[in-house]
Design a protein around this ligand. Structure first.
Ligand SMILES: NC(=O)c1ccc[n+]([C@@H]2O[C@H](COP(=O)([O-])OP(=O)(O)OC[C@H]3O[C@@H](n4cnc5c(N)ncnc54)[C@H](OP(=O)(O)O)[C@@H]3O)[C@@H](O)[C@H]2O)c1
Length: 295
């Protein structure tokens, strides 16, 4: 099965049409809103079980019920390292292989610096929370399992040097898009480094830009309508297509370490987005951060 023919306008239903996902199990972070909600609905429609993660169990359970999805609702507050750790443990304890982790939850462009536990809240939530969740639940990943990390085209707005290791709190120099971009570059580099670790196995790791879609993601912005009004938007079903394709489609089973947009492998947009040395440095630094936060 080829992914040729899928593109900007493809929807999540279209890219999964004809796939029987019964017996498969997908972890979706941020399952209660926007792209995560649509991903949950469509994968369930194809027969998959969903391990749906949200900030409260009520939100996760409601999201699964609304999507008509069978599966398990779990709490995961990504800005709380202990919550991400407990969720990873709960996933492993399900005792069932996970066919893909879809690391989808995120926050964007907080207007003012929000330093939490010593880190910019976007870096903490978007990258560190997912780093804890995925690395600590990796034992549950199926032999041919996939890790799909939501990055963004906004990774191009990351600092010129890539990751400002001396300003991870955002306190030295905070700019909303720079810090969001940095967290999304971190998502991309995380997938890239994970792919290196998966070499020699059937497991894959990739990152995704979903497009620009009107969702709750702009909740922190004062000028959201102005910005969205000036851009060409995808619908939510189109926005969820790329992550659904990368998580499930047989045509990409052997693609790893790539960045996808519009349902195809795409060019990255930052000088350091394919910098394996930086990806390795970020991994080591993330491990150190996690060790401190969880001690
Ligand atoms: N929409 C776009 O145009 C666009 C473009 C590029 C990339 N992306 C990426 O796509 C992903 C999905 O975004 P979306 O557009 O679907 O946004 P959304 O509708 O705002 O959904 C974001 C999800 O993340 C969850 N979340 C936020 N903070 C969290 C935390 N601390 N712990 C756990 N969950 C948390 C939210 O939960 P609550 O509802 O409880 O807050 C929500 O379920 C994000 O990673 C985003 O960066 C989106």
């Amino acid at each position: 099965m080829s992914i040729e023919g899928f593109g900007y306008e493809s929807t999540a239903e279209q890219v999964t049409e004809g796939l029987d996902l019964s017996g498969k199990r997908y972890v979706v972070t941020g399952c209660n809103s926007g792209l995560g909600q649509e991903t949950t609905r469509v994968l369930a429609l194809r027969g998959a079980e969903i391990v749906g993660l949200a900030r409260t169990e009520d939100k996760a359970a409601k999201a699964l019920a609304d999507a008509g999805a069978k599966g398990t609702p779990l709490v995961c507050e990504l800005s709380d390292p202990k919550s991400a750790q407990a969720c990873a443990k709960a996933i492993v304890e399900l005792g069932q292989p996970i066919d893909a982790f879809i690391l989808n939850a995120g926050i964007m462009a907080l207007p003012e610096p929000r330093t939490t536990l010593g880190y910019d809240l976007q870096f903490l939530t978007n990258h560190i929370g997912h780093f804890i969740l995925a690395t600590q639940a990796l034992d549950a990943l199926a032999e041919d399992g996939r890790v799909v990390v939501l990055s963004s085209g906004a990774h191009r707005m990351a600092p010129e040097t890539g990751i400002e290791f001396d300003n991870l709190s955002g306190e030295r120099d905070y700019k909303p898009w720079k810090m969001y971009g940095q967290s999304k570059l971190a998502n991309l580099l995380f997938a890239r480094k994970l792919a290196v670790q998966f070499e020699g196995t059937k497991k894959t790791a990739n990152s995704v830009h979903p497009g620009v879609i009107r969702t709750n993601l702009t909740r922190h912005m004062d000028n959201a309508e102005e910005l969205l009004g000036s851009l060409t938007l995808k619908t939510v079903p189109q926005g969820a297509a790329t992550q659904c394709l990368v998580a499930t489609h047989p045509g990409v089973a052997e693609v790893s370490g790539a960045y996808f947009a519009d349902c195809q492998v795409a060019e990255t947009l930052h000088a350091h987005a394919e910098d394996d040395e930086l990806a390795a440095k970020l991994w080591t630094r993330s491990e150190e951060i996690v060790k401190t936060l969880l001690s």
